[in-house]
Write a protein that binds this ligand. Structure first.
Ligand code: GUN
Length: 295
């Protein structure tokens, strides 16, 4: 029987552990950890994500600072807000929601964030530390995927993992994390030849390409673990205003072969915010030179 991996339950567990950690941190330091989230413009999906992040931050007992800036914000204006947040002692974590409008150089903004407050793990210093195997703040979505994988496998050592997608947000850090667990890692992307053959060899498939149901059921090796990072909306069926949300994997087909698989929604999605809260708690401890709880 294929196991449906319950990301909602796993995320709730992490969030409860974070809330306990926040309480202990408050007792030790007399203050709550603080997370600042910056949204530029009014992209509908980003607006929803930023709202959810603020709500979850408060639910964990942390301080939440949300900054909503107009779509025509200049790079200098955004950089000066980042400077202020870097200097604000109540702020332990800073997240600038991506994508940013065209007039802004996202790399310059991400690299202006104090690496000690970079709870997204996108700063070049944290990306570099992850790449060379040093302790770093790790991007939330791949870290959430690793958390789910470790729940399924006591040991990832020697497993053949296929990561489909090479983005800086998911694919590359995911591959680094799996290497850190001694998995044998293949990174596939739009120019990869015979992706199906690679998938059929993989004990673990992480799909992060943003193409609806691209990974077919017969690509999956019997018993493999499948982690689906995609969130894609299909065109609406007749009479409906909204299309169905699907992942990058054709779930029903893949579930016939997989040993365990994440659904969409309710798989990886909830883990991203849980790991953001975890990273903020860790950053707060490190800034106070305290030992962070292992979550
Ligand atoms: N946009 C989509 N995913 C993310 C994320 O994990 N962090 C930020 N900052 N923006 C995103």
């Amino acid at each position: 029987m294929t196991k449906r991996i319950d990301g909602k339950a796993a995320a709730l567990d992490v969030r409860q552990q974070v809330a306990k950690g926040v309480e202990a941190f408050r007792k030790q330091t007399g203050r709550a950890p603080g997370l600042a989230v910056v949204l530029v413009g009014d992209d509908p999906a980003s607006t929803v994500y930023v709202g959810s992040k603020g709500k979850a931050t408060l639910e964990a007992g942390m301080e939440s600072f949300t900054h909503r800036l107009p779509a025509d914000t200049t790079q200098d204006e955004l950089l000066s807000l980042v400077e202020r947040l870097n200097d604000d002692s109540k702020v332990d974590g800073i997240l600038v929601q991506l994508p940013l409008p065209d007039q802004i150089d996202a790399d310059a903004v991400l690299d202006a964030i104090d690496p000690a407050k970079d709870v997204d793990g996108f700063h070049i210093l944290n990306a570099g530390k992850l790449a060379v195997g040093q302790q770093a703040l790790v991007p939330c979505t791949p870290y959430g995927c690793l958390h789910l994988l470790k729940h399924e496998h006591d040991d990832l050592s020697g497993k053949h993992a296929l990561v489909i997608g090479r983005s800086n947000i998911v694919g590359k850090p995911m591959a680094q994390l799996l290497l850190g667990e001694n998995a044998t890692v293949t990174i596939a992307h739009s120019r990869t030849r015979d992706l199906q053959a690679l998938a059929r060899e993989a004990d673990i498939v992480v799909a992060a390409v943003g193409r609806a149901e691209m990974v077919k059921g017969d690509w999956i090796k019997p018993g493999a673990t499948v982690i689906d990072v995609g969130i894609n909306r299909l065109p609406p069926e007749e009479g409906k205003s909204k299309g169905k949300l699907v992942g990058d994997v054709a779930y029903d087909e893949a579930a016939e072969n997989a040993g365990a698989i994440t659904p969409v929604p309710g798989g990886v999605g909830p883990m991203t915010i849980a790991m953001l809260l975890r990273n903020t708690l860790v950053a707060a401890h490190q800034r106070e030179e305290l030992e962070a709880p292992a979550i």
